[in-house]
Design a protein around this ligand. Structure first.
Ligand code: ADP
Ligand code: MG
Length: 331
């Protein structure tokens, strides 16, 4: 199983940031309200995710690390309208095959927790351990047993920056959850739980900058079963780098040519050349109209009616951007 897990690891475990994404999605699946991330060396030496979610029963801990033991897809309908983030049951086994993994967990109705440690895919112990209800997954010495893969990692600073990007993305899709990121016990990022629109706006400002937020166009539009809300940067607040665009489809971060094209077209002729608009946008549509599982690790989607989605986006955005015509800079 270890080899199959290592091959699967190639799919889901590229670097600390991709591990973080999987662990955060598990914590979200477990209904966590507060999630704390600890790092050493940008996550290359150590990355842990601590949550106050449902926890895992001691007898299920070994199963959590067995490939496909936990697959949640029971039917074709499940695939069509998948509600939970995780569905493949292979992230933890894959991670445990290329790092030293320890899981410490306690469910809310058990008096005691348990700890399991797995190194290079081999379970080394399962023992009782104290913890408040919730789960901590600790991943140390990434790729210690696959030196060829370790070579593909960048500097700790570069890995940290990717880790932060993943956190920002997940934080923007989960406002009610409190997040904190620490490196060597020093707090780098803190997002308090945001339950009202002012607090949500504050989180967006923390991610994209006060300057963006002070000038962003807020939008909330729906047309039949499509709805779009979020914040759109004014053309004057665009950036040379194109890496602070956030688009979520039914709460999942997504990169998609249909969406990118609609955005570009909407901004066409009001953007300085080679510039990228900043935005945080949330598209909601009935789950059966979108397949988010084209490639889970790559955040691709497939729309049943991509034309309708494209046109709805384009017209909504264009109307908002054009409505600002008086303020648009001359290009
Ligand atoms: P998947 O999320 O696709 O089921 P994973 O390998 O990511 O597969 O996780 C395996 C299982 O371990 C999950 O299905 C879940 O039951 C359990 N698990 C993992 N992380 C957590 C967590 N933070 N809280 C509660 N349960 C968890
Ligand atoms: Mg998972």
């Amino acid at each position: 199983a270890t080899l199959a897990n290592q091959i699967a690891a190639g799919e889901v475990v590229e670097r600390p940031a991709s591990i973080l994404k999987e662990l955060l999605e598990n914590s979200l699946d477990a209904q966590a309200a507060r999630i704390t991330i600890h790092l050493q060396a940008g996550g290359m030496d150590m990355l842990s995710v601590e949550d106050d979610g449902t926890g895992i029963n001691p007898e299920d801990l070994p199963l959590a690390l067995e490939r496909h033991a936990t697959s949640k897809v029971a039917s074709w309908e499940d695939l069509q309208a998948i509600q939970t983030m995780g569905f493949r049951g292979e992230a933890l086994p894959a991670i445990a095959s290329v790092a030293r993994v320890e899981i410490l967990s306690r469910t809310h109705d058990s008096g005691q927790g348990a700890r399991i440690a797995v190194h290079g895919g081999e379970q080394i112990r399962l023992e009782p351990a104290a913890r408040a209800p919730g789960t901590t997954v600790r991943v140390a010495d990434l790729f210690y047993n696959v030196p060829a893969r370790r070579k593909f990692l960048r500097s700790p600073a570069a890995e940290l920056s990717r880790v932060q990007k993943v956190l920002r993305q997940i934080a923007l899709a989960n406002f009610p959850i409190a997040f904190q990121l620490l490196q060597n016990d020093r707090s780098l990022v803190q997002f308090p739980a945001a339950h009202d629109s002012a607090a949500c706006a504050a989180r967006v400002a923390a991610v994209l900058g006060e300057g963006f937020m002070a000038n962003a166009l807020h939008l909330e539009q729906s047309d039949r079963d499509l709805s779009l809300r979020g914040w759109l940067g004014l053309p004057t607040y665009n950036r040379a780098r194109g890496d602070e665009q956030y688009f979520f489809v039914n709460g999942r971060p997504v990169r998609d040519p249909v969406l990118t094209h609609a955005l570009r077209a909407a901004y066409q002729d009001v953007l300085f050349q080679d510039r990228h608009p900043l935005y945080v946008l949330y598209l909601e549509l009935p789950p059966e109209q979108v397949d988010v599982n084209v490639h889970p690790a790559k955040a691709e989607v497939r729309f049943r009616d991509s034309r309708a989605v494209h046109d709805f986006l384009f017209h909504t955005l264009r109307r908002i951007i054009a409505g600002q015509g008086g303020d648009l800079p001359q290009v």
